[in-house]
Design a protein around this ligand. Sequence first.
Ligand SMILES: [Zn+2]
Length: 231
Amino acid sequence: MVELLFKSGKDLFDLLYPVSCLVCGDRLDDPCHLCSYCMEHAFVPTNEEGQESSKGMVLPEWITMQDALWEFDKGGFLQDILHYVKYGGLADLGIALGEQLGLKLLKNRFLDWNHETMLLPVPLHPSRQRKRGYNQSALIANGISLVTGMQTAPEGAMRRIANTRTQTGLNASARRKNLSGAFQLVNADPFRDCNIIIVDDVITTGATAFELAACVREYCRLIGVATIARA
Ligand SMILES: [Zn+2]
């Protein structure tokens, strides 16, 4: 009887767990939770002119470029979506967002495509990663890798050694202090003579990315930062 109702296990699965776009509610055939229309149009683009950084972002001398897809929308759909990627285990959505970011990076004139470029997802503290089961920044890096062909740095080459408190609610100098000494370079070899793009979900003051970059700057060529949102 079940066979008559459902042609395949996939149909049954779709009925039990329908996937719809988290923004417009449209039914989707793939599991990425965001339809292609909303991926293109639902959020406010940032750094549209392709400057070396988003408006108002001041880069330290060891960072060559910083790019992001969209403006963070506190209380809006993008905040929800990034929350689902971070805490809800929506891996396909994280990868799809990374692919979209990768397409933007391919057009970034501040990147140096003549040398190998390595993606460095911001590491989570091991206890946090164990609890969550994955690192959302690594999902985004996977997506970037799929469209650009860039490699992702081996897991464990860079470690987060301090389980820092959340940056939310801290001002710029408190954020820097909170992050100071948070990362440790375990193995410099993968980064030697490469360009590096640090990957994260959101950039606010840049304290996290800048601290991470400071750990690896002496070994690599150019360092960039790429995120889904700019808060
Ligand atoms: Zn949609």
